[in-house]
Design a protein around this ligand. Structure first.
Ligand SMILES: C[S@@+](CC[C@H](N)C(=O)[O-])C[C@H]1O[C@@H](n2cnc3c(N)ncnc32)[C@H](O)[C@@H]1O
Ligand SMILES: Nc1nc2[nH]cc(C(=O)O)c2c(=O)[nH]1
Ligand code: SF4
Ligand SMILES: [Mg+2]
Length: 215
């Protein structure tokens, strides 16, 4: 199986349950809910995406023709000799490309494998951590996850719609301006705080990498 990767980098997980954890991000190209072009953003099912996932031209990006080639490129980004290896597959929508073969090959090299997915497509069974982030009116087909991380508020995807999804943790992440790489306190942040206080099964998470100005 060949993989199209927009970019790969080593940083701290900025969002959700593993916030602060050193992680390699492997960002696959392409998404099923938006083609990535500004001209079609408004007509898309997902219209607030903050990420460029078109093509393979980002840092450490490229076309990887085999699992082995991608495994080696990921391994090369982890600090030498260090343990607690962790890779987060994101995108774009990683479910379009991610396979158990890739995950198992990385696990053999000592990596835990996590995914950030919109939850509309089936995911490989061997993942160590599954984070689902529902988008607008898109139907969620994943029924169980480790972490449900909902961008808030979304008219067609309010938290009550997802009570049937089994999740170890439920987070609300304030909707941020996709044109801004800095996190600024705004009315969405306040609305998220208010919703969590009134519905304590939900916890606040912030895109902390946008506060810290790291990748
Ligand atoms: C770019 S997406 C890629 C993974 C997958 N397609 C998804 O949507 O979960 C990575 C994460 O960024 C979040 N995200 C994207 N745009 C955002 C925005 N404008 N404000 C807050 N979170 C955003 C998504 O909800 C998701 O949790
Ligand atoms: N630091 C950092 N944390 C992240 N968590 C999820 C991200 C993503 O774009 O999927 C992301 C990202 O792009 N950077
Ligand atoms: S589903 Fe994820 S990658 Fe696709 S457009 Fe929405 S936020 Fe971006
Ligand atoms: Mg991001």
């Amino acid at each position: 199986m060949a993989y199209s990767v927009k970019e790969m980098f080593y940083s701290l997980q900025g969002e959700g349950h593993h916030s602060g954890r050193p992680s390699i991000f492997c960002r696959f190209a392409g998404c099923n809910l938006w083609n990535g072009k500004e001209a079609s953003r408004e007509q898309s099912v997902c219209s607030f995406c903050d990420t460029d996932f078109i093509g393979t031209d980002g840092q450490n990006g490229g076309k990887f023709r085999t699992e082995q080639a991608l495994v080696e490129a990921i391994e090369a980004l982890w600090p030498e000799q260090a343990e607690h290896k962790y890779v987060v597959f994101t995108g774009g929508e990683p479910a379009l490309q991610l396979t158990n073969e890739l995950i198992i090959a990385l696990q053999k090299r000592g990596f835990e494998c996590a995914v950030e997915s919109n939850g509309t497509l089936p995911l490989p069974s061997q993942l160590d951590w599954v984070c689902i982030s529902p988008k607008g009116s898109a139907e969620i087909t994943v029924t169980e996850c480790d972490e449900l991380k909902l961008v808030f508020p979304q008219e067609a995807a309010m938290p009550e719609r997802f009570t049937d999804i089994k999740a170890r943790y439920r987070y609300l992440s304030p909707l941020n301006d996709w044109q801004q790489s800095t996190l600024i306190f705004n009315s969405n942040t306040q609305a998220t705080i208010d919703y969590c206080l009134a519905h304590p099964q939900w916890r606040l998470t912030l895109q902390s990498h946008k506060i810290l100005h790291i990748d």
